[in-house]
Write a protein that binds this ligand. Structure first.
Ligand code: DAH
Length: 337
């Protein structure tokens, strides 16, 4: 009898199925109601007492081994079967893809528009020194116009600050390049302002600079009219109002006709028919000289605009904070642009 159990143990050990059915046949043969195990447990009763221990251990081992085999192979062919049924040619389910941020979209549009009239990109550091952010731009220390931009200074080095405008990049670019210069500088800027629907301590600007011989205010106006039409539509008009910036003379602020009410007057344009979009002017000769450019030979224009401002006007967004909260319900709306 013990020999039979040993043979069965060997059989279990060697069992290596090729299909789910073979596992089931094996399970029934050993562990089923009419299977070997039950037969052996019945036979156990008639085993002489002195052999019971040895026989009992052998059939327990047999049962355990058979169960382990079934466990090992049960379901493994099923997974294999399923894998064979996968249709690899089926199109994948689309993941919830992200969308481009509206600030990036508008930034790229502005770059694209100015690229077409010959402007290339230049960039500069966000942590700037006093010279590039202020002094070189005709804003010497103690100049009252420094208060126009509430500045974050770096505590450990009073000469360093977070740039308050991208105009600092025009200084760097003029220092490192000879005219003709036609450059666009997009980037993040910082000001110590209370956060509200209309202001934030971080925002984005694009600075434009064109230096050559005989550059005139008419060139500036023409470039800005072209930009406004490309950005807001062919019917857009621009209006220049005299203004003051230390780095330009003369200086102007530029408004575009309100595309929400077609200049008839609405609450967005505060019933003026126009919306302010940027500051600009002819580069002050002092700035040219500070940057090593001969102001007798060269002249140039510069302009600077807030990307958030353009995005708000273009998309009808009335709260600046939305650009920084990154709520996906807001961002998702730009996924097709
Ligand atoms: N830097 C100005 C600001 O941040 C914007 C600006 C105005 C830039 C006139 C210019 C300019 O280049 O000519 O408010």
């Amino acid at each position: 009898m013990l020999e039979t159990v040993k043979d069965l143990l060997q059989e279990v050990k060697e069992f290596s199925p090729n299909s789910e059915e073979e596992v089931e046949v094996f399970r029934l043969k050993f562990l089923g109601k009419k299977g070997k195990m039950n037969e052996l447990f019945i036979a156990f009763k008639n085993i002489p007492n002195e052999s019971k221990k040895e026989f009992g251990q052998a059939i327990n081992m047999l049962k355990q081994n058979a169960q382990e085999k079934v466990e090992e192979f049960k379901g493994s062919f099923e997974a294999e079967e399923k894998r064979k049924q996968i249709d690899f040619t089926r199109p994948i389910a689309l993941n919830n893809l992200g969308s481009r941020h509206p600030i990036s979209l508008i930034k790229d549009q502005i770059i694209d528009i100015f690229n077409r009239i010959g402007f290339s990109i230049s960039e500069g550091p966000e942590i700037e020194d006093d010279w590039h952010n202020f002094s070189a731009l005709n804003l010497p220390e103690e100049h009252p116009a420094r208060d126009m931009q509430d500045t974050f200074f770096i505590q450990t080095d009073p000469d360093l600050l977070l740039r308050t405008h991208t105009s600092s990049v025009q200084v760097r670019h003029m220092n490192n390049n000879k005219p003709p210069i036609r450059t666009l500088s997009p980037g993040r800027v910082y000001r110590n302002e209370a956060i509200s629907a209309r202001a934030h301590c971080i925002f984005h600007q694009v600075e434009g600079l064109y230096i050559d011989e005989n550059v005139s205010f008419a060139d500036l106006k023409q470039a800005l009219l072209y930009f406004a039409k490309e950005m807001f539509g062919e019917k857009t008009k621009i209006r220049l109002r005299p203004s003051y910036f230390p780095f330009t003379e003369p200086s102007a602020e530029v408004d575009v006709s309100c595309n929400i009410c077609s200049s008839k007057g609405c609450n967005v344009c505060k019933y003026t028919g126009y919306l302010e979009i940027l500051g600009c002017g002819m580069v002050d000769p002092n700035v040219l000289e500070n940057c090593g450019i001969d102001s007798n030979k060269y002249s140039g224009y510069a302009f600077g605009m807030g990307i958030e401002r353009i995005a708000m006007l273009k998309y009808g967004i009335n709260d600046l904070r939305l650009f920084f909260e990154n709520d996906v319900r807001f961002l998702k709306q730009f996924s097709s642009l």
